[in-house]
Design a protein around this ligand. Sequence first.
Ligand code: CDP
Ligand code: MG
Length: 739
Amino acid sequence: RTKSTNNNQWELEQFNKAKQIGVLPTNLDKVNLPDSDKYEYVFDDSQFVNYNDNEDDILKGDDEPVPPPPPPPPPPTVKDIKISSMDQVRKSLPVYKYREEFLDAISKNQVLIVVGETGSGKTTQLPQYLHEAGYSTSKDGLNRKLIIGCTQPRRVAATSVANRVASEMDVKLGHEVGYTIRFDDNSGDDTVIKYLTDGMLLREFLNDPTLSKYGALMIDEAHERTLSTEILLSLLKDIIKTRSDLKLIIASATINAEKFSKYFNGASILNIPGRRFPVTIHYTSNPEANYIQAAITTIFQIHLTQPLPGDILVFLTGQEEIESMEESLQESIMKLGTSLPNQLQICSIYANLPPDMQQKIFEPTPPNSRKVILATNIAETSITIDGISYVIDPGYVKQNVYNPVQAMESLVVVPCSRASVDQRAGRAGRVGPGKCFRLFTKWSYYNELELNATPEILRVNLSSIILLLLSLGVNDLIHFDFMDPPSHQSIIKSLELLYSLGALNSKGQLTKLGRQMNEFPIDPMLSKCVLTSKKYECTNEVITIISMLGESSTLFYRPKDKQDQANRRHEKFYHELGDHFTLLNIWNEWVDTDFSSQWCQDNYVQYKTLRRVKNVKDQLTKLCKRSGINLNKKSDSFNPLYIQKSIIAGYFPNVVKLSMMGDSYRKLKSTDGQPCHIHPSSSIHSLKPPPKLLLYHELVLTSKEYMRNCLLVDEKLVKEFSSHYYSLKDLNQISKTNK
Ligand code: CDP
Ligand code: MG
C-alpha cells in the first residue's frame, strides 16, 4: 500500500503542515526510501481508531426471512423496458404488501397515522396509491382535479423524491408530479402529486385557508417534529372538521407514533414493517478528540478490512464540514493511489446540493469499488440510499438554538439524541447485516445522550411562525392547540420582537406593516429591511444583499494550493462597512460581466452559488412587485447610508458594541450576555482598530460565539432606529465605550 513520488522539501513541508491542521489522516505517512531521493506514502494501520470488539451490541433486525429476488421479467419490448422494471421495483417495496390495507383504512378514516421503517416506500408510494385510488378527483360530482400533497421538512427530500416519483410514473417533473420549495416552484396546473416543504404548505394557508386545492395530504417525517410540521398539524386538526372530504395521513418513523395518534383523538395507526437486518454497533474505546479525523481513518479502516460490496455512509453536520472532508479524502485517495485495493468513490448530500448532483448518490456502485456518502442528517430518515452496509456516526447534528433570555439565536453543533443515533445505525441494515461505527463511547451513549431530540418548537425563535399565525387569525396563542406548547417566555419574547419591528400594535394586533411583512417568505427582520428600503429607494441593493446573505457560507472557495491567491482576490471585494457591502460588490461585479462563469473562476467565487442567489433575487423581485414596491435601477453610486438604514431598521436587535477590553462584543441590551467575536471569514475580521459598533446577521457557535456577516453602524444610526427598543441606559452605554 505504498506509492513513490519525487522527493521535494517544499512538498514535505506542505504535507507536514496539512497533517498538523488535520487535513490528512495522521496514519498516512511519508517515509523516505533508504539510499534514494524517493519516498513512499504509507498507510499505517497500527494507528486505526480503536473500537470495542464485543459483539453483543446489536440493533436487532426483524425475523422476516430475506425476500427472494424478484422473478426475471418476461422479455420486454423496447418501449416497455423502463416502465416494467420500475413497476417491479415498486412492487418489491415493503409498503406494497399493505397497499390494500392502507387504501381501506384511509377510506374509512379521515386521519391515519402510518408508521414504517425508513426505506419501506412511504414517501414515494403512498401518494401514488392515493392518486391511483382516485383521491385526486373530487367526489362532489364535479370531478374537480385535486392535489395530493406530501410535505417534507427538507428541501432536498422534496426535490429528490419528486424526481424519483416522476420517473416512476414516467412523466416529466413539473407536470403531473411536481415540487414546491421556497424560491423554487416546479409544479403546474396539471400537477396532481406535489411534494413540498412543510413551510411552503404553511404559507399556502394564507391564500387558501381551507386548502381547498387538496384532496389528500400526507405530512411526512412527522417524527422530526419541525416547527412548521407541528403548526401544520395544529391547523389541519382544525380544518378537517369542516373539510370532511380531506384525507390526512401522518407518516412517521417508529418514534412518536402514539403521540400523534393521541393528538388526533386516537386516530388509527397502520404499521408497515420494513425489512431490517441486524446491525452490530461498535463504540470507540475512548472519546475521540477530532471526530473528522477519526471518521476519515475509519473509512480507510473499513475499506481495507471489510469485504465488498458494502457502501459507507458518514453522518456530518453541514455542507462546510462535508466539503472539507471530501477534499481531504480525495487527497488521501490520490496519494495512496494504486496502493488501495479497490476504488473509493466519494459523493455527498446536503441541503444546498443542486438537484442534478443529488442524483449521483442514487447511482449504483460500480463493481470493485465502494461508495462513501458524506451526508448531513438528511440521510437519517428523509432519504434512503440503497447499498449501505457501514455507517460511521460521530453523533452530532447542527441545530438552531434560541435563548429567549438573551434573545439570541445561534447555529450550534450539538450531540444527537439516542433515538437519532439508533435511526442512523439502522441505515446499515437495509441490504444485509451491517455495522455501525460510533465515534463516541458506550458510556457516553448511555449517560450523555438525551433519549429524544427536543422538538424544534421548544428551542427556536418563534417570531416568524407567530406572525403567520396572527395573519391566519389565530390571536390567542397561549391557548392554541400546540402538540407541545412553547414556553410563555418564548412566545412573549417573539411578540415583543414583532412589536418592536412594527408588525404588531400595542394591543398585539397585526398592523398593515405586519401584513406586508408576511408577503415575504423570509424572516420578519429581513422583510422589515425590504419594506424600509422602499422609502430610501434602495430596494434593489437591499434584496441583493438579502439574497447573498442566505448563500454566503458557500460563496468563496480556496483551493489548498492557491489559498493566498484566492484570499487576495477575495480581499479585492472587501468593503470598509462590512460584509453586507462586500456581498453587494461581488454581485455587482458579476452582473457587469453578464453573469460570467469565467469571472467566478478567476475570482474563486462559486458560480453555482451565485446562480442560486440570482434565482432567489428574481423571486424576491417578483414578490416586491406584487407588494407594490418598485425596484430602483441598479446604480453605480448607491448611497451606503440608505442601505445601512434599511438594514438596521430590521436588525437593531443584533447591534453589538466592543467591550472595554476591546477583545469581544456584547449585545447592547444584555451587558452580561455572551461575548461574541467577528467570524474569521468576515471582511472586517482584521480591521484595525476594531469597529466600536456593528450589527450581525447571524451567530454561529463553534469554539466561540461567532458573528457571521457583520455591518458597521454608528451611534447616530442606532439612536435613530432603535430608541424604541433600547433603554436610555443601554444607549448611553454606547457613548461610554466610544470615548
Ligand atoms: O419514505 P420511506 O423512507 O418509507 O421510503 P421511500 O423514500 O419511499 O423510498 C423507497 C425506495 O425508493 C428506496 O429503496 C429508495 O432507495 C428509492 N428512492 C430512490 O431510488 N430515489 C429517490 N430519490 C428516492 C427514493
Ligand atoms: Mg420517507
